[in-house]
Every structure is written in structure tokens, then in C-alpha cells.
Design a protein around this ligand. Structure first.
Ligand code: NI
Length: 261
């Protein structure tokens, strides 16, 4: 049993065959999938997908690339309200993306801060996207004070991992961990405590080896977990059990027993 802590089941390439995607995930041993929201405009769809499958849950959030869109400038209260539904188990994805930098940085930071404040109020974890913005990600997190959360799709430098751990955050690894060129990332993963690790696909993006370049789907999380097991020099079953335990510790609102795992 394993969990995909971050996927986008409503992106067009997965919608076409969603029943198939879910069936293959279940066959691969997935116990839960977390469908991640990227804006308010499409959140109803994200939520209805979570409602349609007993093992799919979701998060509410505005991706930094959408933080400047019309209608996406939400107050903390509005973000908090979105979490009232039992299927909404966290906030995100939110954070900072200075790689494409299509949204002004102050706007991204404001949105990120509001998600953190909503996470503090609701006692839910925040799912953090940080790309080419390590310093500001840490500065905002330190400014806003203690929050539970995960640095999702971790592929940054070692200091963000170390500082994130000090802040009590979890680190989630995606298919990037399996890529040939990712030796430095595997070195970082080797040094992360076992009780702070999560795995994810970020499907439909970033398919792990040997599926690289294909449309990614949650079932492929197994490939990333296999590499993580090698890196940590433990069995696949141990990585699967540990990341599942970590997931339920962080995403406390996600029921362990229904559906049965
Ligand atoms: Ni994502």
C-alpha cells in the first residue's frame, strides 16, 4: 500500500480516461490519492472528483502561477471556508514560482501568506510549491510562524531541505528522483529522516523512469518509491509503509479506515 500525495486528476490528459487511471492506481496498491487544486475557478471539478472516488481526497489552493488571475485574490476567510468539506484535507498548492515569473512576486507572496494563515487557523497542512525562490520561500515561512506542511515535488538545493526540516516540514519526492541527472537530489533524499518523507507523482507531469516523457498517472508513484527505497537502502515495503504513516500523520483529516486500507 502506498499513497500519491499530490496529483492533478482533472488536467485534460487524465480526465479522458479517469476511471482507467483510478483502476490502475488501485491495482498498483495505492491507498489514497490527493487531487490538488491550482485555482478557485476549477476547484468545483477537483472536489467533485474527490467526491466521486472513495480513495481520492483533495486540497484547496491557488497555484502561484494563478495568484494574479482575476477572481483568485482570496481572503484568508474565503480560503478557510473552502476547507469545510470533509474531502478537503489540506491547503494548496501555494507557494512561489520565480522560474517563469509570470505573476508579480509580491502578489505571489501575498497569496502564499494567506494560505499559510488559513492553514494555521484550520490546523491543516499546506502544500508548498517552491521553484527558483528558495530564499523568499523560507523568509515567508519564517515570517508567518509555525505551520504544518510539505515541500512538494522537492527538487531544490540542500539548504532548502535542511531549513525546511528545521521548520518541521515534510519533503515529498516526485519522478524527478528517478531521472539519470538527479544524483544530487538522491544524495539529499538519502539524508532526509525517514519520518519526514512523502512520495507523489504530480501527475500528469514528471513521469518517473521508465515512463519518462509519457503522461504521468498516480500508479507510477510506485517507481519513485522504488528508487527512494534504493536510496535509503531499505525495502520497497518499508518505504511504502513509512511514507503512508507519514502521510496520515501530516494529513490528519484524511480518514485511515474508510475506505479500508
Ligand atoms: Ni502540482
Amino acid at each position: 500500500m502506498i499513497i500519491d500525495s499530490h496529483c492533478h486528476l482533472d488536467f485534460p490528459t487524465l480526465v479522458k480516461d479517469r476511471d482507467g487511471v483510478i483502476a490502475r492506481a488501485r491495482a498498483a496498491g495505492l491507498a489514497r490519492m490527493v487531487n490538488i487544486s491550482t485555482n478557485q475557478r476549477t476547484f468545483d471539478t477537483v472536489l467533485s472528483t474527490a467526491e466521486a472516488y472513495s480513495d481520492v481526497f483533495c486540497c484547496f489552493g491557488i497555484h502561484p502561477e494563478h495568484a494574479g488571475d482575476e477572481g483568485e485574490d482570496l481572503s484568508v476567510e474565503t480560503i478557510v471556508q473552502k476547507t469545510n468539506h470533509p474531502k478537503v484535507i489540506g491547503l494548496g498548492e501555494t507557494g512561489l514560482d520565480y522560474f517563469r515569473n509570470t505573476v508579480p512576486q509580491d502578489k505571489q507572496q501575498q497569496s502564499f501568506r494567506r494560505h499559510i494563515q488559513a492553514a494555521q487557523q484550520t490546523n491543516l497542512p499546506v502544500v508548498i510549491h517552491s521553484r527558483a525562490a528558495e530564499d523568499d520561500t523560507l523568509r515567508v515561512l519564517k515570517d508567518e510562524g509555525s505551520v504544518q506542511g510539505v515541500l512538494h515535488c522537492f527538487s531544490s538545493r540542500r539548504f532548502l531541505a535542511e531549513e525546511g526540516l528545521k521548520l518541521g516540514l515534510y519533503l515529498s519526492f516526485s519522478g524527478i528522483l528517478t531521472f539519470n541527472k538527479s544524483e544530487e537530489l538522491r544524495q539529499i533524499a538519502r539524508d532526509i529522516p525517514m519520518d519526514r518523507l512523502l512520495v507523489e507523482t504530480d501527475a500528469p507531469f514528471l513521469a518517473p523512469e521508465p515512463f519518462r516523457g509519457k503522461i504521468c498517472e498516480p500508479a507510477y508513484v510506485v517507481k519513485t518509491a522504488e528508487v527512494l527505497a534504493e536510496v535509503k537502502r531499505v525495502s520497497y515495503d518499508e518505504i511504502a509503509a513509512q511514507t503512508t504513516e507519514n502521510f496520515f500523520r501530516l494529513f490528519k483529516k484524511c480518514p485511515k479506515n474508510s475506505p479500508e486500507i
